[in-house]
Design a protein around this ligand. Sequence first.
Ligand code: SER
Length: 311
Amino acid sequence: MSKKILVLGALGQIGTDLVDALRLRFGAESVIASDIRRPAHAVEGVFLEIDAKDREALRAAVVQHGITEVYHLVAMLSATAEKYPIAGWDLNMISLFNVLELAKEGLLKKVFWPSSIAAFGPTSPKDPCGQTVVMDPATVYGISKLSGELWCSYYFEKFGVDVRSIRYPGLISWKAEPGGGTTDYAVDIFHKALAQNKYSCYIAAESSLPMMYMEDAIESTIGIMEAKAEDVRIRTSYNIAAFCVNPRILAEEIRKHRPDFEISYDVDFRDAIAQGWPASILDEEARAHWGHNPKFDLPKMVEEMLSRLAQ
Ligand code: SER
């Protein structure tokens, strides 16, 4: 059976880049994009409108299109889920169970599901935070991610479902903007730097978080999915890291290109969320087991973001 991929949440920040990368790698005809809403403007390739909470709609799409792999990118992120806890939990968990159940039935060969640095909590090691540590997430989103990790591992152990997962740091990209996350500031800051030469930041100057340029995140996402099953030895989720940064240092790096750029601070509840997450991440398991190997450090990411967004 040839590879046929379904990306759920394809219009989001990760999905937008991932669909392009998967189509480049495996051919446009092998990748179906889907989301709960139609795209605002015409998109290339097959697009399906699917509510990932609707298992029968998902099953129908998987059967009709002969889907072999699902990349499940549907989620309500940390800041929004604090405002709508039950809706956040329902979306994040029901959509995961739907995909895991279809895989358990034998309809899917492989599943990708993202966890996050949000799965850690205030008692987890802060700087740096290793792979196997105390995890006590204090947000709805984080609780859903840690629970999801355990369910992925359970479906792998009990039912042989080949589900693979990485804990994304904050992701920085230019193609699509994130929505509803705590780390969104690190994308927003570039848009405002180019439009207004100033940015009012809702995260405190010294609140450091692990971050990664999207190209590296996509490379590792496809990397873990293409790895041999026996090399994916951790079946909860893998730490992956690139660099860590706080708003003050990010602003300084932007100022190297735009000397007049100014940052000010109007801190809100999202800073408390950031404070509960690690400042930096250790990822030797991901590097050793299946070759996570990011290329973008902070200066290279900033240069790339500014030049891409200026085009
Ligand atoms: N970027 C996410 C958020 O901020 C964390 O995974 O919610």
